[in-house]
Design a binder for this molecule. Structure first.
Ligand SMILES: [Zn+2]
Length: 385
């Protein structure tokens, strides 16, 4: 038996819709309970059938009819990597630029290289530098970088994006992790780097239509079951993409009031970092002491203006961000070919330098005062050439 009805959305008042929603929710809850009981009875029956040695005759539904199996396609990555190569062709740098950067930092007298989880608490007399790798698109280059750091005896931090095509794909509510994922994870773990999750709970919620916070938790748990020590996450994208930072999915990291659209539609503050045994969040975003809700909403609504290669937007993002304060003094981002950007606040003053090349980066460290924290943010796809 099935029932369906058309809801006349145009004519129904809000109060009617609210009442109908409450009634239907309750009806669904009761039906679920009934279904749960039926399943238990069926399971008991199957157990009895098996104990009696009766042939159960294949996979059948509740009426005994054989069911059509659920079929999904194993995701193919060949085309994906061609796509990544062509998307980043005009932005990517020779791989040896990464080697140059690492050896500059390793030999700089002021620098202590630390993983992101240590940058969160670190206080040293010189400059604490963490190498953050957000694996948006290219896990192959990420593994190459992790092996490089292992050879140099440096612990970098790498974050796998759980909504990326290289990671897996949703077929309805079924999530199929890609078969290449396990070898990449194993290679990163063997290299001894810090592994974390590049959090896209809001993307999973908004674009994929699943329970985004739960999708994130699921991958944290799965990576731990693969042997990874997951201490932290890093929010993917910036506030203009979804109207909120991905980090705001954690109750202790909501940045400004979420009482207006689109923030009311997002699962903000749903997860408890401590319950999940997470000790830090690697964007290092923190709320302003007194958030300016109007300015924050306006910055988050300007999706067209948000561009890491536009110096005026990037300056605002890094030095004077209306949505958040930064828990580090300076960030250095690679955003294109021979194109690095450094920005933050040094001695309370805005600091911003655009169009830096690899050889300029040691002067950024020189500009940093004692006891400061500097975060290098790199996407491996920018070092493919
Ligand atoms: Zn990202």
């Amino acid at each position: 038996m099935s029932t369906s009805r058309t809801i006349p959305l145009g004519r129904a008042g809000k109060a009617d819709l609210k009442r109908d929603l409450a009634i239907e929710r309750e009806r669904t809850r009761m039906l679920r309970e009934d279904l749960g009981r039926i399943h238990d009875e069926l399971a008991a029956l199957y157990a009895a059938v098996e104990a009696a040695g009766v042939d159960a005759d294949g996979i059948t539904n509740l009426t005994g009819t054989r069911v059509r199996p659920l079929a999904v396609e194993e995701p193919q990555l060949d085309n994906y990597f061609h796509q990544v190569a062509s998307n980043y062709a005009s932005y990517t740098n020779p791989y040896h630029h990464y080697q140059q950067l690492v050896s500059m930092l390793a030999s700089h007298s002021k620098v202590s290289l630390v993983p992101c989880y240590e940058l969160a608490q670190h206080s040293i007399s010189g400059v604490a530098v963490a190498l953050r790798h957000d694996i948006d698109a290219d896990p192959v280059t990420a593994v190459r970088m992790a092996r490089q750091l292992a050879r140099d005896g440096i612990c970098g931090s790498f974050y796998l994006l759980h909504t990326a095509l290289y990671y897996g794909r949703f077929f309805g509510t079924l999530f199929v992790r890609h078969r290449e994922l396990r070898p990449w994870i194993d290679a990163l773990l063997v290299a001894g780097c810090e592994l974390g999750v590049h959090n896209d709970a809001l993307g999973a919620h908004s674009r994929l239509g699943v329970d985004g916070p739960e999708a994130l938790v699921q991958e944290i748990e799965w990576l731990r079951s693969r042997g990874a020590t997951i201490r932290g996450t890093v929010g993917h994208n910036s506030a203009p993409v979804y109207g909120a930072e991905n980090a705001e999915v954690f109750a202790n990291r909501v940045l400004w009031p979420g009482d207006s659209y689109p923030r009311t539609m997002l699962p903000l503050g749903m997860l408890d970092e401590r319950e999940l045994q997470l000790t830090y969040e690697g964007t290092f975003a923190k709320p302003h002491d007194t958030p300016d809700t109007v300015a924050a909403n306006a910055f988050a609504a300007d999706r067209a203006g948000a561009d890491v290669r536009d110096p005026s937007w990037m300056k605002r993002y890094l030095t004077d961000n209306p949505c958040l304060d930064w828990g580090v003094d300076c960030q250095v981002w690679v955003v294109g070919q021979e194109h690095w950007v450094a920005g933050g606040r040094i001695n309370g003053e805005p600091y911003f330098r655009d169009r830096l090349t690899i050889s300029d980066l040691s002067s950024v460290i020189d500009d940093m005062p004692p006891s400061s924290k500097c975060l290098f943010v790199m996407h491996p796809e920018y070092f493919r050439a």
